[in-house]
Design a protein around this ligand. Structure first.
Ligand code: FEO
Ligand code: CA
Ligand code: CA
Ligand code: CA
Length: 614
C-alpha cells in the first residue's frame, strides 16, 4: 500500500443493522429520497409515467429508462445544487414495462411496438437535476436532457473503425453502428465526458450457424435472444431494417448483405459528452472488446499517460488497463471540444491485461501484435493485426497467461494515493485457488487492491477485504466481519473526493437471509494494524467498515455519485421487487400492497445539510 498524501478523515455515523423490507434504510441523521425513477419524462414528447404499463414506446424514448445502474454527476459551473446526472439503464423488467408482461403472437414472435419500447428502455439517460430548499428534482425539458438507446446512431473510433470486422449494411465503411447495450458500470474522463460500458450484450444476439472462434469465446447465443428482439413481427422491410440485426447468422453473400458483423460493433467503452446534446456517442475501441463492466480513470499526473481500468465480469475473466499514447496536459481538463480530447487520449494507446503472481506482485501484459504468448508465438502470428486482437480481446489475454479472476466488477482509484481497488464479486465455480482468488467456491467475493509501479509495468497487490456471512467459520470469514458489516458480492465501488471508499453489493448468498443489498463505507487509511501501519481489514480492525444504507427487497444497490461538495450522494436501486411506495425512499410499502416496481436513483442527504459520511 502506498503512503497517503493527505490527512485522512473519520466516518461519523453508526453502522446500521441489516434490513429486509420493501423500503430503504439509511444511517441515523440522513434522509433518502426517490429521484428520476424509470419513466420520468425528460421532455414534452413523453406523457407522465402510468401505473398500468400503457406508456407508449414514444413515451419511453423520451423518459428515463429502466434498471438504473452506473452513473456520474457532472456539476454545472461548479454548483453543488445543479448538474447533469448521467445514468446507465442496464436491462429491463418486462413484467413491469408492459401492461401484462411480454407477449408473443401465435408463431412465437414479438409485437414490434413492445420490442421498440424495450429497446428504448435500455441505454443511457442524461438528466439535469437541481436542488431547491434541500430537495432535488428533475428539470423537465432541459435542453441537455437526452436519451441514448439500443437504437441510437453511434460513431466508431479507434483501431476497429473502418476495418472489415465492423462492416454492416448500416455502415458500409464501418464507422457507425446503432445502440449501446447492457450498460452496467460506468466511468468518466478528466475532460468532462461520461463513459458507459457494454457488459452482457452477447445474449441479445443469435447466430444459428457455427460460431466463429471469437463469438464462441465471448459467449454469443446459439439459441434464442434474451428478449426475442430478433423475432419482432411487423412490416417486413421495417423489421429487416430495424430488428433483423439482432440475428447475426450469415445469410447473404458477404457482410454488406447481412448483419453477420453486428455483434462485433458491441462490447466497447462508449464516450458521451453530456454537455453538448448535438454530439453522438462514440465507441472507443482501443480499450478492448469484452463484457466491459466499467471504465475508471487511474491517478492523473501532468506529463504522464492517462490510464483507464476495466473489468470483464464473467467467471475466470480478466482485469485490463488502457494506457494512452498522449501524455496528460492539464489544459485538456476543460476543452472546447470534449470528444476531440477523447480521441486524443482514448483512440491511441496500449491495452494491457493483468497477471497476479503468487508473491504479491503483478505484471501488465500488452495486447499488441508484438507481444509474445506463453507458447512463444506472437499475438500477431496467432490473431493478426491489432484490430483482430481487439475483436477477440479475451482470446488474446488467454494465450498471454492472464490471471483468471472471480468476476471483476467495479474499480475505484484512491484520490489520496492512487491505489487501485477492484471488486471480485463471486465465483461459485472456482475449484482451484490462486493467490489473488484464494477461496474455492467463492460465494461471498472479495476486494483486491494494488499499488502501481513507478513505470506502470507492474504492481504490488493485496486483498483488502473478504466478503462473508458473520456466521461463517474463520477460514471463510477472513476479515472477521460481524452482523453490522457482513456483506457478500461486492459490485459497485467508488471513492468520493475525500478518500472514503463506498462499497455496494449485488448478493445472492446466504447473507441475504440477514440483510438486503447495501452500501458500506470505509476509509482505507484508517484500517491499521496493532502498530498503526495501514493494512487490510481483519478481526482486529473490522469496525472501520460500516454499513451506511440498505436497499429494499429484491434489489441490488448500484451506481455511485456525489455532488460537488459531497452534501448529496446518489445511488441506484436496480430491480426492486415492490418499491417505491412514495417519494420517501425509506417508506416501507405496506404488507399486502403491491406497487409496479420502478428502478430509481436515491439521493441521500444529511438532515443538517452537511457532508455525507463525516
Ligand atoms: Fe451488470 Fe457485472 O454487473
Ligand atoms: Ca449473518
Ligand atoms: Ca455490476
Ligand atoms: Ca453484479
Amino acid at each position: 500500500v502506498s503512503e497517503e498524501t493527505l490527512e485522512s478523515i473519520k466516518l461519523a455515523f453508526e453502522s446500521i443493522a441489516g434490513s429486509k423490507t420493501d423500503g430503504c434504510a439509511v444511517a441515523a441523521g440522513y434522509t433518502a429520497s426517490v429521484l428520476a425513477p424509470w419513466g420520468t419524462p425528460l421532455n414534452g414528447n413523453a406523457e407522465a409515467w402510468k401505473n398500468d404499463g400503457t406508456n407508449t414506446f414514444t413515451d419511453q424514448l423520451n423518459s428515463m429508462g429502466m434498471h438504473h445502474d452506473g452513473m456520474h454527476f457532472f456539476p454545472i459551473d461548479g454548483s453543488a445544487d445543479d448538474g447533469l446526472l448521467v445514468i446507465n439503464h442496464e436491462y429491463i423488467d418486462q413484467g413491469a414495462l408492459h401492461p401484462a408482461g411480454a407477449t408473443t403472437d401465435a408463431s412465437g414472435n414479438r409485437p414490434v411496438d413492445e420490442v421498440r419500447k424495450e429497446i428504448y428502455a435500455h441505454g443511457v439517460a442524461v438528466v439535469r437535476i437541481q436542488r431547491s430548499n434541500g430537495v432535488w428534482s428533475v428539470v423537465d425539458s432541459d435542453p441537455l436532457n437526452r436519451r441514448f438507446t439500443s437504437d441510437s446512431v453511434m460513431d466508431i473510433a479507434g483501431p476497429m473503425a473502418g476495418t472489415d470486422h465492423l462492416v454492416t449494411p448500416f455502415s458500409l465503411n464501418a464507422t457507425q453502428t446503432r445502440g449501446t447495450n447492457n450498460n452496467c458500470g460506468n466511468g468518466y474522463t478528466p475532460w468532462g465526458t461520461y463513459l458507459t460500458c457494454e457488459e452482457n450484450w452477447p445474449g441479445y444476439f443469435v447466430n444459428t450457424a457455427p460460431l466463429t472462434e471469437e463469438q464462441a469465446r465471448i459467449g454469443l447465443s446459439t439459441g434464442g435472444t434474451r428478449y426475442g428482439w430478433d423475432t419482432a413481427a411487423g412490416d417486413a422491410t421495417e423489421v429487416e431494417n430495424e430488428f433483423g440485426r439482432w440475428n447475426v447468422t450469415p445469410t447473404g453473400a458477404d457482410a454488406t448483405q447481412d448483419y453477420r458483423n453486428e455483434a462485433s460493433t458491441f462490447g466497447y467503452i462508449v464516450e458521451i459528452d453530456p454537455f453538448d446534446a448535438s454530439t453522438r456517442a462514440v465507441k472507443r475501441t482501443a480499450l478492448g472488446r469484452f463484457r466491459h463492466e466499467g471504465c475508471w480513470p487511474g491517478k492523473l499526473e501532468e506529463g504522464k499517460p492517462v490510464v483507464f481500468y476495466s473489468g470483464d465480469d464473467s467467471r475466470f475473466e480478466y482485469i485490463y488497463k488502457f494506457v494512452s499514447t498522449a501524455l496528460w496536459d492539464p489544459a485538456d481538463a476543460n476543452p472546447s471540444d470534449r470528444l476531440a480530447t477523447g480521441a486524443k487520449y482514448m483512440d491511441e494507446g496500449t491495452l494491457y491485461v493483468a497477471r497476479f503472481d503468487e508473491d504479491g506482485t503483478g505484471v501488465w501484459m500488452p495486447l499488441t501484435p508484438e507481444s509474445v504468448a506463453q507458447d512463444g508465438r506472437t499475438l500477431g502470428s496467432i490473431f493478426g493485426d491489432l484490430p483482430s486482437i481487439i475483436l477477440n480481446t479475451r482470446g488474446a489475454a488467454d494465450v498471454l497467461g492472464a490471471t483468471p479472476m472471480d468476476r471483476p466488477e467495479w474499480c475505484a482509484v484512491s484520490p489520496l494515493n492512487g491505489d487501485v481497488y477492484f471488486t471480485l464479486t463471486n465465483n461459485t465455480r472456482r475449484t482451484e485457488a490462486n493467490a489473488a482468488n484464494p477461496r474455492i467456491d467463492n460465494e461471498y467475493g472479495h476486494i483486491i487492491r494494488w499499488t502501481e509501479a513507478d513505470d506502470m509495468s507492474g504492481f504490488e497487490w493485496d486483498i483488502f477485504v473478504f466478503g462473508s456471512n458473520d456466521s461463517a467459520d474463520a477460514d471463510t470469514n477472513l476479515s472477521g466481519l460481524t452482523d453490522l458489516n457482513e456483506f457478500a458480492s461486492p459490485d459497485g465501488l467508488g471513492f468520493d473526493s475525500r478518500g472514503i471508499l463506498w462499497i455496494e453489493t449485488d448478493n445472492g448468498s446466504d447473507v441475504a437471509d440477514d440483510t438486503n443489498d447495501q452500501v458500506l463505507a470505509v476509509v482505507p487509511s484508517n484500517v491499521v494494524d496493532a502498530d498503526g501501519n495501514q493494512t487490510v481489514i481483519s478481526a482486529e480492525n473490522q469496525e472501520m467498515l460500516k454499513r451506511f444504507f440498505v436497499g429494499p427487497n429484491g434489489c441490488e444497490v448500484t451506481g455511485l455519485a456525489f455532488n460537488a461538495d459531497n452534501t448529496a450522494m446518489f445511488v441506484n436501486i436496480q430491480h426492486p421487487g415492490n418499491w417505491p411506495y412514495s417519494d420517501d425512499a425509506t417508506e416501507v410499502t405496506p404488507d399486502g400492497t403491491t406497487v409496479r416496481p420502478r428502478a430509481s436513483t436515491v439521493v441521500i442527504q444529511k438532515e443538517d445539510g452537511g457532508p455525507i459520511g463525516v
